[in-house]
Every structure is written in structure tokens, then in C-alpha cells.
Design a protein. Structure first.
Length: 298
């Protein structure tokens, strides 16, 4: 009988010890999970994602996601998807371009009032309500710094890394800006340009080009025969020889104009779609500059 009591006592002590160990392990697991909670950054569309990708690279405990890709380049009239709403519901910060590009921003504010929103254009004077500021290398550099400053303030643990990453990216953007400045003399010989996308107004401004006319072409823009005739007349009367266009929406119009004039179309990248690599903006803008330099030299 005595041996039986000893056995029961030993079993009870074993169960208590096992329970204590399991409880300790669970507490450690909970603490580890809490300590590894991620700082979630969501961006509105492609150029903001690439900027944030360069800023957040290598930062501990930081996740970065972009909203669903729009069917078209920019976010005009874009409707948030269920996947978008799920991303925003988990986000700590939402990085947007601002200036009216994100037409859905008021809906986000009403549904997620505590979500921190970073407006990348807040330090930029937008001309004529044109918010395609990323198409200007100097303005894009301001956007990058604005995003870095905001993230550093919101996530103090990674503040130093954000700013270091920002500095490294700005150094590469300065190299790109230097390349742009090298083609300024040849750009000075261009009599004027016609734009088939308002984003290219920033390119024209940076290069000192005179804009003779603008048609903002997109998937909903129906160009009349009269408008085509007006552009052809403008090209002939003003001696315009360059048209800056996006090939997706401008090629048909450009073909019609080139058939009747000596104007040349230069199809530029609006940097609203592309690969999700950190240097994709640099490559796209450098290619734009190469195309422009070639056009200026002819």
C-alpha cells in the first residue's frame, strides 16, 4: 500500500512539473510573438512601392505590400478591392502619392481613421493640380525623403536604417539627375513639344522644353477627328517636331500625325508599372533619358 502512495505522489509531481514547463514555454512563445510583431507598410501604387522598397530594405520587423495592380497605370477612378481592404486593415502606415492621384483616399480615411497616412507630395508645389510628381527626378527625390522621414518618426526602432537607406537611394538618384543635366544643351535646341500624357509635363519642365499643347490620353479618352486635325495644324504652324507620348494610349494618334507631318513621337515610360525590383525606377527613367537624348540629337 505504501508503494502505491509513493507511486501516486511521484506521478502527481511529474504532472505538475510538466504543466509548469508547458506553461513557461507558452508564455515564452507569446512573448516572442509579441516581440516580433511587424511594422506593416502598405503603398498605394507602383512608384510609391519602389520608393518605400528602397527605404525599408534590410529593416528588422518591417513588411511592405502594395495595393492590387490597377488595370491602367494611374489610380484615377480606381476602386479598392477586397484584398486591398484586407491589407489596409492590418497596416500601420499607408504611403500615398497624394495630390488627388488616389481618388479613394477619403474612403480609406473613413474606414480606418487610426491608420497613419504618409502623403509623399506634401512638400511639393503641384502645378495645375498635376500630381505626377515622381516623373520629375528632383521631385521624386523630395518624395523619397518625405517617406523616409515619416517612417522614421512612426517606427523609431528602424529610424536610423530608414535614413541610411534613403541616403543611399538619393545618391543613385543624384547620378540619374546628373545624366539628365548632361542632355540639357541638346534639349535647348528643340522648338517645342506636344504632350499626350500630363505626366510628361514634369519631364518637359525639368528639361526646359516649351509645351505647345497637351492631350491627356487614357483608356477613356476618345479623340475626335477634329482634335487630330487641330494637333496636326499646331505641329505645322509652330514647327513642333517632338511628341512625348505613352505607347499604350498614344500610338494611334501619333501614327496619324506622323503620316502628315515631320513630327517624331518619343514613347516614354510613365513609371506606373514594371518589375518589383529596387532599381526599376532608375532603369525606367534612364531609358527615358536615352530616348530623349537620341531624339534631341536628330
Amino acid at each position: 500500500m505504501r508503494n502505491k502512495y509513493v507511486f501516486v505522489t511521484v506521478m502527481l509531481l511529474s504532472l505538475l512539473l510538466t504543466g509548469s514547463l508547458l506553461t513557461g514555454a507558452y508564455v515564452r512563445y507569446e512573448r516572442q510573438g509579441a516581440g516580433e510583431r511587424q511594422f506593416r507598410v502598405v503603398t498605394s501604387f507602383y512608384p510609391m512601392y519602389i520608393a518605400a522598397l528602397n527605404i525599408t530594405g534590410g529593416c528588422s520587423g518591417v513588411s511592405l505590400e502594395n495595393l492590387s495592380e490597377p488595370q491602367t497605370g494611374c489610380l484615377h477612378d480606381y476602386q479598392l478591392t477586397a484584398a486591398d481592404m484586407k491589407k489596409l486593415s492590418r497596416a500601420d502606415v499607408f504611403v500615398v502619392n497624394g495630390g488627388g492621384i488616389e481618388s479613394f483616399l477619403s474612403d480609406v480615411g473613413s474606414q480606418y481613421p487610426s491608420l497613419a497616412v504618409v502623403n509623399a507630395c506634401e512638400r511639393i508645389d503641384l502645378p495645375d493640380d498635376n500630381a505626377h510628381a515622381w516623373m520629375s527626378i528632383p521631385d521624386y527625390m523630395v518624395q523619397v525623403q518625405t517617406i523616409a522621414d515619416a517612417l522614421a518618426e512612426l517606427d523609431a526602432a528602424n529610424a536610423r536604417q530608414y535614413q541610411d537607406n534613403c541616403g543611399a537611394y538619393l545618391a543613385r538618384l543624384r547620378e540619374l539627375l546628373q545624366k539628365q543635366r548632361q542632355i540639357l544643351p541638346s534639349a535647348a535646341g528643340v522648338n517645342g513639344v506636344i504632350l499626350f500624357h500630363e505626366a510628361f509635363a514634369y519631364v518637359a519642365e525639368d528639361l526646359g522644353l516649351t509645351v505647345a499643347g497637351t492631350l491627356d490620353l487614357d483608356e477613356e479618352r476618345q479623340v475626335s477627328a477634329g482634335e487630330t486635325a487641330d494637333v496636326i495644324r499646331l505641329v505645322k504652324e509652330d514647327g513642333v517636331r517632338l511628341i512625348l507620348a505613352e505607347e499604350l494610349y498614344g500610338k494611334e494618334m501619333c501614327d496619324a500625325i506622323q503620316a502628315e507631318t515631320d513630327a517624331e513621337a518619343v514613347y516614354l515610360d510613365t513609371c506606373t508599372r514594371g518589375s518589383y525590383e529596387a532599381d526599376s525606377y532608375l532603369k525606367a527613367m534612364e531609358h527615358n533619358l536615352d530616348l530623349l537624348e537620341e531624339a534631341f540629337s536628330q
